[in-house]
Design a protein around this ligand. Structure first.
Ligand SMILES: CC(C)(COP(=O)(O)OP(=O)(O)OC[C@H]1O[C@@H](n2cnc3c(N)ncnc32)[C@H](O)[C@@H]1OP(=O)(O)O)[C@@H](O)C(=O)NCCC(=O)NCCS
Length: 174
């Protein structure tokens, strides 16, 4: 089980089933889902329950493929950040989103810093990478501010709503 990471603005901690309401509320927003490859819209309580259930199952595994944190602010979960497709001692993919009402406060810049440190230190990763839709200026900036380098553009990387979308590939290595 991952330990919580506390900072001034938020706590990163494992998901609980009681987070269903917050996650459903913040994820059910087109301005959030349009930038993500796999968040359905509309996002129902059933979607939230299924997804959080999966995270709780992963928390029990010894070497999980994905480690996902809830971003807790005050008494609710404002979003999520995690490492996916983890190859311990080698690489993982970073993914994140934040509810619209929390945007612009430097939260994701700080959360990325904490999770990158966690990945490099605890999982001994050498490469953390992220795919960002070309239209997603905010995410590109969050990654650049954390020392990620643009490696290129992956054409038709994502198929979403029957459209093929190009994505920037950003990575940070050590
Ligand atoms: C992208 C997202 C994670 C940014 O989170 P945030 O906490 O608002 O970001 P921060 O406040 O840390 O901002 C970091 C930088 O990005 C810039 N930025 C944030 N949103 C921006 C936007 N929409 N357009 C341009 N710049 C933006 C900020 O100005 C800041 O740069 P600066 O310090 O040079 O001024 C958030 O908007 C979000 O969750 N969006 C929807 C889902 C998503 O895109 N997920 C990522 C998929 S790869």
């Amino acid at each position: 089980m991952i330990k919580p990471i506390k900072s001034k603005k938020f706590t990163l901690r494992p998901f609980r089933i009681s987070d269903v309401g917050s996650i459903r509320k913040h994820a059910n927003d087109k301005t959030v889902s349009r930038n993500l490859s796999s968040l359905p819209h509309p996002y129902t309580e059933k979607d939230a329950r299924f997804w959080i259930g999966k995270q709780i199952e992963l928390q029990r595994q010894k070497n999980p493929e994905n480690i996902v944190f809830a971003i807790e602010i005050g008494n609710q979960v404002a979003g999520t950040i995690g490492l996916h497709k983890i190859k311990c001692g080698h690489k993982a993919e970073l993914g994140f989103w934040l509810g619209r009402e929390f945007w612009g406060g430097g939260i994701m810049t700080d959360a990325v810093k904490d999770v990158v440190n966690f990945g490099f230190k605890n999982l001994k990763l050498r490469r953390i990478y992220a795919g960002v839709f070309l239209s997603n200026k905010g995410s590109a900036r969050v990654l650049e501010k954390n020392g990620f380098k643009l490696e290129g553009i992956s054409k038709k990387e994502v198929k979403k709503d029957n459209k093929f979308i190009d994505a920037y590939i950003f990575a940070k290595v050590r």
